[in-house]
Design a protein around this ligand. Sequence first.
Ligand code: VGL
Ligand code: ZN
Length: 202
Amino acid sequence: MRPAHEALIVIDVQNDFCPGGALAVAGGDMIVPGINALMAEFGAVILTQDWHPANHASFAQNHPGAAPFSLTEMPYGPQVLWPTHCVIGSTGAAFHPALDTARADLVLRKGFRPAIDSYSAFFENDHRTPTGLHGYLQDRGIRQLVLSGLATDYCVAYSALDAARLGYAVEVRMDLCRAIDLEGSLATMRARMTDAGITLRD
Ligand code: VGL
Ligand code: ZN
């Protein structure tokens, strides 16, 4: 068992990010057994869930003429327009059925505000609006984080970068993550995480 100041954060292991899902990540389902096993080592386990209303601004279908995976400019900065995914209450938004969700202390939903996306588990994409996770972890005395889940180069990486910026010691279990890899995003985010002092465990 690891010390009480360490937590495992499992990012967005949901049907829509697994093969057959609306925004499928190659091999997304393959990480589930390893994550379930890793949960047993931790006294604190947090799951995040991407959770969007149907009119969400990150969906290409809500921007007439825009193609999925194209880039747009939002008031808070550049934003990839995604295929419609993880719609509130849908099967696609549910956790992968094999994920051991019973083990979670907290399920944190993010991306529920129509006008703003939230890749990170800590801040929405304006990098200012908090999700409340930092306060929760501070209240529990947690200072060290291990991250796993989907997708490496979006929600995992942005969560890891925010966590490092907030002063947590961060390790990303790259072997328990899978990437979307859009136009070199995996290499870009690997470099940004390394530069931020995050340990990448392959
Ligand atoms: C994610 C794109 C859009 C993720 C969520 O979980 O990495 N990526 N929404
Ligand atoms: Zn999303």
